[in-house]
Design a binder for this molecule. Structure first.
Ligand code: SF4
Length: 380
């Protein structure tokens, strides 16, 4: 007797995930171990700017704050954590926290090599800002590839719109990203771009344009993050004043799926959502539930019967122009309802699924607001 079992689909059936890519390329499971090497950020210490991105948690930079463990200790605890849920035997040292190229090249080389001392660390993924990657750093990374190591460069762009980057005090523009992206790929270094959905003043037209821009420049991987509000940030104050409304879960899922469909199938998705720990997350609450969002993205792609790349190259939405002005009492979440919930959210003409994330007073007038990233440490 034939028994028909239900077909169980996974996210990797719809998307080229980083894990799937590594498995296909290297024939075995390889996992990233996230590291904090004690870097800081030039957008805080005055080298590039002061105050940092408006969504970045300031307390993380307190001089008296928690010192990270040694790299060896972090790699050890990472191995143990991964071993509990997978049978992976090889790993990438993922320099994740803050700006991981913000040091002298000789110092970087010593640090990176220290992380790759053990034979099971088969490569690196280095997250950084586009304005903090010299030609010498790119040569260093390219040299590791020539030694047979896996190397990825992760650049936090977040948006291809300089106006948005200025609004969130990024301290760099698209120009810096373009220059490093071109130079990295010219050296054969795989490049992963980070994009945030839900930045203030942006809507889906901006998300599509940012994606198209990084695709046009040339990219090998993508990370998508929802902007969220964490404690002790400029964004938190703007959210409390009702000047910023985070995306709702269903909005994020819809926009993320739209971008996935538009992304050619050979590009690797390192991440399609992000999370923050509950002790610092203010809004939106759904950002604390990574698996819920991942399941939502999978279900939405299944519902559409679409997968990555099926809409690649299709015309994008024209970017709308939003006029900014201060919020009104009626638009403030503090004037009624739950924090972070705009009174007109979800209604036609309000900040619905096609609206920007600035609090909107009319169909064409919006007020200034601000954004946030996923793991705050992952958007340098
Ligand atoms: S998000 Fe990254 S670039 Fe921005 S201030 Fe924080 S560490 Fe610096």
């Amino acid at each position: 007797m034939l028994v028909f079992l239900p077909l169980i689909m996974a996210l990797s059936d719809y998307i080229l995930t980083f894990g799937q890519h590594l498995l296909e390329q290297h024939g075995e499971r390889i996992h990233k171990i996230a590291l904090n090497a004690g870097f800081t950020c030039p957008n805080r210490d005055g080298a590039k700017g002061i105050g940092g991105c408006t969504f970045c948690n300031n307390s993380s930079f307190n001089p008296g704050g928690r010192e990270p463990d040694t790299l060896e200790a972090q790699l050890g605890s990472g191995r143990r954590a991964i071993a509990k849920r997978t049978r992976a035997k090889k790993y990438l040292a993922y320099f994740q926290a803050y700006t991981n190229t913000y040091a002298d090249v000789a110092e970087l080389n010593a640090l990176y090599r220290q992380a790759m001392t053990r034979h099971d660390i088969v490569g690196l993924s280095v997250g950084t800002r586009p304005d903090c990657v010299s030609g010498a750093v790119l040569d260093l990374l390219a040299g590791y590839r020539e030694e047979g190591r896996i190397v990825w460069l992760e650049l936090g762009l977040q948006s291809a719109f300089d106006e948005t980057l200025s609004r969130v005090n990024r301290g760099h523009g698209l120009k810096e990203y373009r220059e490093v992206a071109v130079e990295a790929r010219r050296r054969g270094i795989p490049l992963c771009a980070h994009l945030i959905l839900g930045l203030p003043g942006e809507d889906e037209s901006h998300y599509h344009a940012s994606l198209d821009t990084v695709l046009d420049i040339g990219v090998d991987g993508l990370k998508l993050h929802p902007l969220h509000v964490v404690k002790h940030t400029v964004l938190a104050n703007q959210w409390r004043r009702g000047e910023y409304r985070p995306l709702q879960r269903d909005e994020y899922i819809r926009h993320a799926c739209d971008l996935i469909e538009r992304t050619p199938e050979h590009i690797v998705f390192h991440r399609v959502t992000g999370t923050a720990s509950k002790d610092i997350l203010l809004a939106p609450e759904w950002c604390s539930q990574k698996w819920n969002v991942l399941n939502g993205i999978e279900q939405e792609l299944k519902r559409r019967s679409h997968r990555q790349g099926c809409m690649a190259g299709t015309p994008r939405i024209t970017v709308k122009q939003h006029k900014l002005e201060p919020p009104t009492p009626s638009s403030s979440p503090l004037s009624g309802g739950e924090p972070g919930t705009s009174p007109d959210s979800g209604r036609p003409g309000g900040v619905g699924v096609t609206g920007s994330n600035l609090v909107r007073r009319s169909s064409s007038v919006v007020t200034s607001a601000i954004p946030v990233n996923e793991e705050i440490l992952d958007a340098a």
